[in-house]
Design a protein around this ligand. Structure first.
Ligand code: NDP
Length: 256
């Protein structure tokens, strides 16, 4: 993968969909230390990921991480921290998310809370718990500027969180809690980029396109391979110029 030189990476929601594809392509890109995090590593939805970890011992490490559970985030960070060397963590991908099909009129308190727990509060505490390792990587790199082979946080967002796109979207989009939560995630990107700038840790929101996964459905326009190839190309080319930006998998800027 051109440009991508991160030697350690952690991906949340890595057992299926875009997360699993990202682990596969990080392997192809010769990333040497991949932490594939998912909430149920022993469950039926993690079979493909278990197989991948079995075939790449010492490179792909399975990590139990339920992003909606702060204790699980803490425990996972302890485990990953004990396995990371002095080079720290180069790339953190906040990928896990949920998409309840609810409108402004049907979303319950639980729908809103659960979606925020997973899509906003989870990524926030993942960043906080893994921050020491990102800082270590940024310091250890010895390179000037910002890049993903130094230290980067990638928040997987969506164009349906764009306050410019949503009002003019012609087709119905009955995913109210999701869009609002991802707009919150985008503000988390802005804060992270601003607050971690002094540490030379970059942060962006990245839209993967409309992708054929369980979430995107069969009618989606691209498959997971194309989406992740594009996203890793974008991630590999990031510099401080894109810090705090909102990009899609082709590298185009998305209006907030
Ligand atoms: P999928 O529904 O296919 O996969 C979602 C992943 O998130 C699964 O691995 C799931 O794990 C995990 N997950 C959900 N809740 C939690 C939790 N509490 N803790 C840990 N993991 C959790 O979605 P995609 O792969 O399509 O989506 C990946 C990312 O891309 C998401 O952030 C999504 O919002 C974004 N996106 C996707 C688009 C698309 O068209 N597909 C479009 C725009 C954005 P489990 O198996 O345990 O449920």
């Amino acid at each position: 993968m051109a440009g991508l030189k991160a030697c350690s990476a952690l991906v949340t929601g890595a057992n299926r969909g875009l997360g699993l594809e990202m682990v596969k392509q990080l392997l192809e890109a010769c990333c040497s230390n991949i932490f594939a995090a998912c909430r149920d590593p022993d469950g039926p939805n993690s079979e493909a990921l278990r197989e991948l970890a079995k075939n790449h011992p010492g490179v792909v490490t399975l990590v139990q991480l339920d992003v909606a559970d702060p204790c699980s985030i803490k425990e996972s960070a302890k485990k990953v921290g004990s396995l990371l060397g002095k080079k720290g963590l180069n790339l953190l991908v906040n990928n896990a998310a949920v998409l309840p099909q609810k409108t402004m009129l049907t979303a319950t308190v639980e729908d809103m809370q659960n979606t925020f727990n997973t899509n906003v509060i989870g990524p926030l505490f993942v960043i906080r718990e893994y921050l020491p390792y990102l800082r270590t990587a940024a310091k250890a790199s010895g390179k000037p500027g910002m890049s993903c082979d130094k230290a980067a946080v990638i928040n997987i967002s969506t164009d349906s969180a764009s306050m410019s796109i949503m009002p003019v979207l012609e087709e119905p989009f009955p995913f109210f809690p999701y869009s609002i939560s991802k707009a919150g995630l985008n503000m988390l990107t802005i804060y992270t980029a601003r607050d971690l700038k002094a540490d030379e840790i970059l942060c962006i929101s990245l839209h993967p396109g409309w992708v054929k996964t369980d979430m995107g459905g069969d009618m989606a326009s691209i498959d997971a391979r194309e989406s992740v190839e594009g996203m890793l190309r974008v991630i590999g080319g990031l510099t401080e110029k894109q810090n705090g930006g909102f990009l899609d998998y082709t590298g185009e800027t998305i209006p907030w």
